[in-house]
Design a protein around this ligand. Structure first.
Ligand SMILES: Cc1cc2nc3c(=O)[nH]c(=O)nc-3n(C[C@H](O)[C@H](O)[C@H](O)COP(=O)(O)OP(=O)(O)OC[C@H]3O[C@@H](n4cnc5c(N)ncnc54)[C@H](O)[C@@H]3O)c2cc1C
Length: 520
């Protein structure tokens, strides 16, 4: 049995492998040369003190003790097995497909966007000249919204076993093993495309299919049962359909609505992206002038209640970039990502407040369960108008936003299309502007220097979660009215992030297998 030792080190000591191995040996009362293998099992940074510390848990294996096996998965050949249609190649769709293979089914994965290398070119065009391809952008294409993201891998999921297995699946497909022990693991946008492409290759190598530029345009519904989907003129049938289309596929919600498939409006959240110089966040969080070479770019996570509504930071990207995440050129939508090294001089996060059903009640008569979707879309179009009907995003300095003042100039930004001064405090819906202002006042008291004119708010962060839920039976995970239809992931309202979407995809694959063992 390996022995576990927990060390509290300075960042420099933690980076020095021989120092920490020698200290572990001393702590355990053994000779250093008796140690055959050291495995890091947990690493976290404690920045509450003046001098930040690194907490490191190590498993120490001595001579002749069996060492942990490398991460490995076996995917059986499913070329001639029962076919299941999976719509969407985001984390939910990909992990559903992998699990289906493990359970002996052949996934046919349909993706409206392009494969990752072509998608990179489309994304460069959005940044360069505002050319948004509605089928291939930051939300649509191989790997879904998770491909060009920060790749943070946190989840509030309580099932640690499943969480570790999901991380191991990513490591098996090329992610750095560090994600298995870091307290706040992330992959980075420079590494994600390769990992996603390898997952797709695993699916095809096992005999499954991955079809790009296959946009589902209709559902093959008969007698309360789904038999497959329609992609333009092409019919694609399967024993079940897993719907993993993400929260940006508005046409899918419209299709379901049109075909009389039950949907439910749900609360969600909207706001802005906030961007600071990374050095300023480092100074606040690490209590020092410069973080030096051993500490990572500092992060934060802020939550408050303002007049009974939650106001919180979301998807914080240290050393990252703000990116244009719209799926249509008529919208201004921002999000954030960062490379694995988190090397940009900027720190950004979503700063959002709850949007309740009552906030878009006025749209219910016309739009029914899609009212929240329209409310979200209207704000994105409004933001575009305030950006001058160009890809440039409307922005305001943070202290000006809080004080209700115009910003005549703006600081530099990571947002490549650029930002233009705008009165977000005036044109954002009142409950959002007030909530964010009060939230910022609270956060400024908790993090001295957070409310500053060195920072900007950029509009709008609208795609935090779906405003529409696709219901499912809690026991079978199937749509309550449509046999064989399994909604999953963020778009269906059962996940919020890469890992929770992946875990939900796996769960749904297991539910599909259970349902197919006892045919509907
Ligand atoms: C810029 C950015 C940064 C992010 N950073 C993080 C992060 O660091 N950590 C984190 O946990 N989360 C992050 N997220 C959120 C995360 O990416 C999503 O929560 C996650 O991808 C949701 O997974 P999903 O599979 O449910 O849906 P998606 O990833 O949205 O995938 C849905 C897929 O379905 C496809 N599709 C849609 N309609 C159709 C159709 N009609 N036919 C065929 N295919 C269709 C889409 O093209 C897409 O590929 C980020 C998101 C963005 C945009």
């Amino acid at each position: 049995m390996p022995r576990t030792v927990t060390l509290v080190l300075t960042p420099k000591q933690a980076a020095d492998v021989s120092y920490r191995t020698a200290l572990a040996a001393r702590t355990l009362g053994i000779r250093e040369d008796e140690i055959a293998f050291v495995r890091v099992v947990k690493r976290s940074i404690d920045a509450r003190q003046r001098q930040p510390k690194v907490n490191l848990s190590l498993e120490i294996y001595v001579d002749r003790e069996p060492q942990p096996a490398p991460v490995h998965f076996d995917y059986p050949d499913v070329a001639h097995r029962t076919e299941v249609v999976v719509v969407g190649s985001g984390p939910a769709g990909l992990f559903a497909a992998l699990r289906l293979i493990e359970l002996g089914y052949r996934p046919i994965l349909l993706e409206r966007g392009r494969e990752v290398s072509a998608r990179k070119v489309d994304i460069a065009r959005i940044n360069r000249n505002g050319d948004v391809d509605p089928e291939s952008n930051y939300a649509f294409g191989e790997g879904g919204a998770g491909t060009f993201s920060d790749g943070k891998l946190f989840t509030r999921s309580k099932k640690r076993g499943d969480y570790n297995r999901a991380l191991q699946t990513l490591v098996f497909h090329g992610a750095a093993p560090e994600i298995l022990y870091e307290a706040h693991p992330h992959i980075g946008t420079d590494k994600l495309p390769y990992i996603i492409a390898r997952i797709c290759r695993t699916i095809t190598d096992a005999g499954g299919e991955v079809l790009f530029e296959r946009k589902v345009t209709d559902l093959l519904l008969r007698d309360g049962r789904i038999r497959g989907v329609q992609c333009g003129d092409e019919r694609i049938e399967g024993a079940a359909v897993v719907l993993a289309t993400g929260h940006s596929a508005r046409d899918i919600y419209e299709l379901l609505h049109r075909r009389g498939v039950r949907l439910e409006a749900k609360p969600f959240a909207m706001g802005v992206r906030i961007e600071h110089p990374q050095a300023l966040i480092d100074r606040i969080q690490y209590h020092c002038d410069e973080r030096g070479e051993y500490l990572p770019a500092a992060a934060y996570s802020l939550v408050s209640q303002q007049n009974g509504r939650g106001v919180y930071s979301f998807c914080m990207c240290p050393g990252g970039f703000i990116v244009p995440a719209m799926t249509d050129a008529a919208q201004s939508v921002v999000n954030g990502m960062s490379p694995s090294g988190r090397t940009s001089p900027y720190a950004n996060s979503g700063l959002v407040t709850e949007v309740r059903l009552s906030d878009f009640e006025h749209l219910r008569a016309q739009w029914g369960e899609l009212a929240g979707l329209r409310f979200q879309q209207q704000l994105e179009e409004l933001a575009r108008r305030h950006g001058g009907d160009r890809q440039i995003a409307p922005a305001q300095r943070v202290a000006d936003f809080v004080a209700g003042r115009a910003s005549c100039t703006l600081p530099s930004t990571s947002y490549i299309p650029g930002i233009t001064p705008s009165r977000l405090d005036e044109w954002l819906p009142r409950f959002i502007a007030d909530g964010l202002r009060r939230g910022l006042e609270t956060f400024g008291r908790r993090m001295r220097g957070f409310v500053t004119n060195e920072a900007v708010v950029v509009g709008v962060e609208s795609r935090t979660s779906t405003p529409v839920r696709i219901p499912r039976d809690p026991a079978t995970l199937m749509h309550p009215d449509i046999e064989g239809l399994f909604p999953t992931g963020e778009g269906a309202g059962y996940a919020g992030g890469i890992i929770s979407a992946a875990l939900d995809g796996e769960r749904v694959a297991e539910a599909v297998a259970a349902a197919l063992r006892t045919p509907f």
